[in-house]
Ligand binder design. Structure first.
Ligand code: NAP
Length: 298
């Protein structure tokens, strides 16, 4: 029997990039996988490819723009009408923007994608995860998750450099994940964070030089031609290893509140995550944004 037979797994951002490689591996292990993307044609092409390639046809796609609260809640609703239980939630989708943008719901887009969407999906899907216990949540970090968190700039209200803000949102995701893991202790649902490693994918392919921190800008034109060679498809496959490990390995069954690197090894949490003031402020913001009534007419 294949080890994940009978398990239902949701992979956000599973129609391309690292998420599609994650879905491919999980399908090969026998899981039922639901991938999430925004576009019907891309999603149909992805599930056809995954079915053909793995011989496992138990893969479906759901559509949602996860920068929007209404789509995250609709996705959770649709999933719960199709499936009774969810064994693994992989919050893989991430985003970065060259310049500061607000969503139609008035939330800064990178924060909405990288922090709020995982928060909303964890909250909305917790009943399905609890019914499937032992169940697992995996949140995917990225960038250079180091340094301090600027609590006055969580939605880049004061300053914005694309990749610096991306790093801040990934640190914020980790802080929110650490706090949620504390809350879920003994719930039957584990929560861990994985760093995937670099891959040349949609998230970084077309970033303009202005999205990089000023000091890095002179070397970017020199590095760019090397990226597809060094970090092409094989890198995306490699980068799926840490989330697949947390989702499927018996060794990871008892991991909870752990941060692992791309080699699947536990590593210390950044200092900014260990600072309770950061965790409290970020969770409070997520809670406030989740409950805020949105003016959809904006
Ligand atoms: N690539 C790297 O070097 C790297 C390094 C470290 C960490 N990471 C992290 O790893 C994760 C996966 O990265 P990746 O490189 O695979 O990214 P990617 O190539 O940009 O991911 C593409 C996937 O995300 C979906 N997606 C994008 N925006 C979405 C939105 N607003 N709502 C719903 N789905 C959306 C796409 O759906 P469509 O089909 O609709 O486009 C597609 O399925 C991210 O969290 C990223 O931050 C990446």
């Amino acid at each position: 029997m294949r080890p994940l037979q009978g398990q239902t797994i949701l992979v956000t951002g599973g129609t391309a990039g690292i998420g599609k490689e994650t879905a491919r591996r999980l399908l090969r292990l026998g899981a039922q996988v639901v991938v999430v993307g925004r576009d019907g044609d891309r999603a149909r092409a992805a599930i056809a490819e995954l079915r053909r390639d793995t011989g496992n046809d138990r893969v479906d796609a759901l559509l949602a723009d996860l920068t929007l609260k209404r789509d995250a809640y609709r996705l959770a609703g649709e999933l719960s009408t199709r499936y009774d239980r969810l064994h693994v939630l992989i919050n893989n989708m991430g985003a970065t923007r060259a310049s500061r943008e607000l969503t139609a719901e008035g939330i800064e887009t990178t924060f909405a994608a990288n922090v709020l969407a995982p928060y909303l999906l964890m909250e909305a899907l917790l009943p399905m995860l609890t019914r499937a216990a032992p169940a697992r949540i995996i949140n995917i970090t990225g960038g250079v998750p180091r340094g301090r968190i600027d609590l006055d700039n969580l939605q880049a209200e004061r300053s914005y450099v694309g990749l610096s803000h991306y790093n801040q949102t990934k640190l914020a995701l980790m802080a929110m994940s650490y706090a949620t893991a504390e809350r879920l202790r003994d719930s039957g649902v584990t929560l861990n964070v994985a760093y995937p490693g670099h891959a040349y994918t949609a998230i970084n392919k077309d970033l303009p030089i202005s999205a990089y921190p000023r000091a890095a800008r002179p070397i970017i034109p020199l590095l760019r031609p090397l990226l597809p060679i060094l970090y092409g498809h094989r890198a995306a496959v490699r980068a799926s290893a840490s989330s697949v490990y947390l989702a499927s390995s018996p060794d990871a069954a008892n991991l909870h509140g752990t941060y692992i690197n791309s080699a699947c090894l536990p590593v210390p949490w950044p200092d900014a995550v260990l600072d309770r003031r950061n965790r409290d402020a970020i969770c409070a913001l997520c809670e406030e944004l989740a409950t805020q009534i949105t003016d959809f007419t904006r």
